[in-house]
Structures are given as C-alpha cells and as structure tokens.
Design a protein around this ligand. Structure first.
Ligand code: IPE
Length: 442
C-alpha cells in the first residue's frame, strides 16, 4: 500500500508544524505536531526539529503498522528533510513528491483548527498571505502574552515581524483601531417634504465614498428623513403611550425605517462592500427617552470581521413611557462612547453648521469650531430654521447640537459636513482639513 507524509505550518508564524501520515488505500490518518519550541531558540538554530519530525513519524508508522514493502511518498518540504533521510536509513522506500489532495486537506484543516483553538477567527484553509497576516495581527494584538506561540527562531521575527504593526484591513481580525461613526442625516438621504421618498443617487454616492475607506472600521447610522419622521409625528411616538393605535404607529414607523435602511443596505451590496443591518430597536432599551442599554455583541463581532454595521434612528422600547423614538444622533454619540470612537462624522447637505441656511441666506456664516464652552452662544445664534421643521420629531439642528454635546466623549471629535464630494471623507479620516464644523469638549 502507499503511505503519504505531508506537513503544514512551516510558513505560519504561530504554532508548531503538523505532520500528517496517511495510508491512501484505507484513508487511515495520524497527525503529529513538532512543537513550537523546536522553532524557538536555541532549538531552531540547532535544527532539532529534523530529529523530532523523524521521531514522530516513526511513532506514527509503528502505530499504523507500516511495513517495509509499503512505499512512502514524502513531501519535499525542508521540515521533512530529517524524515526522508531517516526513513531511508531505517530501510523504507522513500519517494520525495508533492503531496496534494486528501492528505493535504486533512493536515491544513488540522492546522486551522489548532489556530482557531488559540482564538484566531476564520482562518483561511490555504496557507498564504492572508493567513500569514491574520496571524501577525493576532500576535500584535497582545504581543506580551502571545509571543510564546510564535516561531521566534525565524531570523526575520526579531528583525522585522516582531515590530510589524497592523493596519486595519477589511478582513477578519481582532485588532483595536477605533471605528469611525458616520451619521447620514435623514434630510440628505431623503426628500423630507415628500413622504417615503429616498434620494437614491445621494445614497449611492455616500455609500461609494464610505466603501472606499479601508483604513478604519466604519459604523453607519442613518436618520429617519421622510420615512420614519412622518408616522412618528403622526402618532407622536416620541411621547410614548400604551394604546393599541399608538403601538400600530410604532409598527409603521419601524417598517418605514426598515424600508429606508434596505435602500442603504442594497447600495452597499451594489458596491460589493460587506455591510450588515442591525435594527436599533432590537438592541436598544431606553429610559424616559434616553438610551439606557445597547447590546453591541453582534455589532462588534461583525465590525471585527470587516463588515460595516448599518443602524438607524428608530423606535425603541422604553421602560418608563412604553416606547419612544431614539434619534440617529443619540445612537451615534452613544456608540462613540461605547466603541471609543475618535471621530463621528455627520453627513449633511451643507458644509457644516451655519448661522442661517446658507442656501437661502448669503450672510449665513459657518461655525468652524464649537466647543462646549461656547455651545450656549451658538444655540442662541442659530436661526430657528430646521428646528421648526414640521415633520421632524427630533428637533433639527438645535436638537442635533445639544444631542451631540450630551454624549460627546473627551478626545472624540464630531465633524459636520457634506461628504458627497469624492475624496472628502478620505480627507477627513486622514486628518486633513475640509470645510466643516468641528465639535469638541472644551
Ligand atoms: C429619527 O432619526 C428616527 C425616526 C423618526 C424613527 P433621526 O432624528 O436621526 O433622523 P433625521 O436624521 O433627523 O432624519
């Protein structure tokens, strides 16, 4: 019969090297591991892994009762040099070869399992760049405690890889680059004067810009616009209630938000950007109109894997009033605190916050920087404008400003501007200046 021997893990920075021994005709399979310490100093320099490999293979052959007239195909990898020479010396017929098929899949699968047991996520089944960098990122996430799992004997470990710093990429990982939260205002993604009317082109443009960001994890929160605000206003959902009629209003408002959310969700799909809708009403509980609980477990898991979670202002169960409306602004700031975000971007149809509507009043002046210290002055100065918007249950610009400052963590900056123009969002994230209003705690 034919015995095959293959290895896995030689090129993987984490863990030892697995050796699979397989009898082709019967599919008998034994897997052994040359422990990681053989790939650390002083062992690695002395190449003791060659002897250890041979010891393990001989053990496996004994256990499988391999006889000397079975031919043994051994993979050509360096780590099996000792196995090939040693088996020959023991009188076996050895054929160096390239192993493919069943055995290769089995050993690689075992390797993936051993990496996942350590806590790595979704390890690719084939060795290569993606698997390699996934491991480097995992190590860097807690170098102090994880270096013991590394093949530190590699020359380029101490020279190069040990100091490698992960850049946030759109792949599975557990590194902690703080996310950027982007709130898409309802009045930019919908026509607020016409019920349930989306601005599809704007949505696509915004989603295109967002999808081009690869440097940071992103969370999108969108507003209600002419979808959620109409029924919310008609049924006065923000005031809570117990009646069946009002509950039907909650049902309608939630559906409107789902409908608007689906358009954004579809746009992400169109750009082939992994994104996942997360219903705010399913993860939030509020207390008298203010968020008191937000369950972020699923969101964080998706975020780590490179998805863009899509949330929205929404209806929420309220432990005092029965139900309420939580605005996308409140949600964005709450998320900013929980996720330790350093930037929250409010996408509007003008380049910031003005003393009056710049489209109608040429004397309108933009506030470049608003700190908590001058907030009251600014609130007094802002023209009533959107605050009197008949369809808005969450109070327009003045409400937005107060809401932002209520939840703005120190060290986090809010940028209000128009991000439809190609490249603007990238510039903001790269810390470059763009026409905008910036908000910070003093
Ligand atoms: C309101 O969210 C959500 C509902 C009315 C259900 P926002 O208050 O964030 O919406 P916009 O951005 O002002 O439209």
């Amino acid at each position: 019969m034919t015995i095959q021997i293959d290895d896995a893990g030689w090129g993987d920075p984490i863990g030892g090297v697995l050796i699979g021994i397989y009898r082709v005709e019967t599919s008998e399979y034994v897997v052994k591991e040359i422990e990681v310490t053989y790939f650390q100093e002083p062992n690695f320099a002395e190449k003791t892994f060659l002897i250890r490999g041979l010891e393990l293979v001989l053990e496996a052959l004994t256990c499988m009762r391999v006889s000397k007239d079975e031919s043994i195909q051994v993979c050509r990898g360096i780590v099996l040099d000792g196995v090939r020479d040693g088996l020959k010396a023991h009188g076996y017929e050895v054929i160096p070869t390239k192993i493919e098929g069943q055995l290769q899949e089995l050993v690689e699968a075992n390797l993936v399992t051993s990496l996942e047991k350590l806590g790595l996520y979704d390890v690719p089944r084939v060795s290569g760049k993606e698997r390699f960098f996934l491991q480097l990122e995992w190590i860097q996430d807690d170098l102090e405690h994880r270096e013991k799992f590394v093949k530190t004997g590699w020359k380029n470990w101490s020279k190069k890889l040990r100091n490698w710093r992960p850049k946030w990429r759109q792949s599975q990982q557990r590194i902690h680059v703080p996310p950027i939260i982007i709130k898409l205002g309802g009045s930019i993604i919908s026509d607020k004067t016409k019920r349930s009317t989306a601005r599809i082109d704007t949505i696509k443009q915004l989603v295109k810009e967002i999808s081009s960001i690869k440097s940071h994890p992103i969370v999108v929160v969108h507003g209600g616009g002419s979808f959620g605000h109409f029924p919310a206003k008609a049924y006065e959902i923000h005031r809570g209630g117990r009646s069946r009629k009002k509950k039907v209003g909650v049902t309608e408002t939630a559906l409107e938000m789902t409908n608007l959310g689906n358009l954004i969700h579809s746009a992400f799909l169109e750009f082939q950007q992994p994104a996942i809708p997360i219903r705010s009403s399913s993860i939030i509980v509020s207390l008298d109109g203010r968020i008191s609980h937000m369950d972020l477990q699923a969101l964080q898991e998706f975020l780590r894997q490179g998805f863009i979670p899509i949330l929205s202002g929404d209806v929420a169960a309220d432990t005092v009033t029965g139900f309420t409306i939580v605005s996308g602004d409140q949600i964005s700031m709450y998320l900013a605190r929980l996720l330790n975000a350093k930037k929250v971007i409010f996408a509007t149809d003008v380049e910031g916050l003005y003393t009056a509507d710049p489209k109608e009043d040429p004397r309108a002046r933009r506030f470049d920087l608003i700190t908590s210290e001058i907030l009251q002055e600014v609130l007094d100065e802002i023209a009533v404008g959107e605050a009197s918007d008949a369809t808005d249950v969450t109070e327009g610009m003045r409400g937005k400003l107060s809401e932002i400052f209520k939840g703005l963590p120190k060290g986090c900056e809010v940028i209000i501007t128009d991000i439809r123009k190609p490249g603007t969002l990238k510039r903001i994230i790269a810390g470059k200046s763009v026409p905008a209003t910036r908000l910070r705690q003093s």
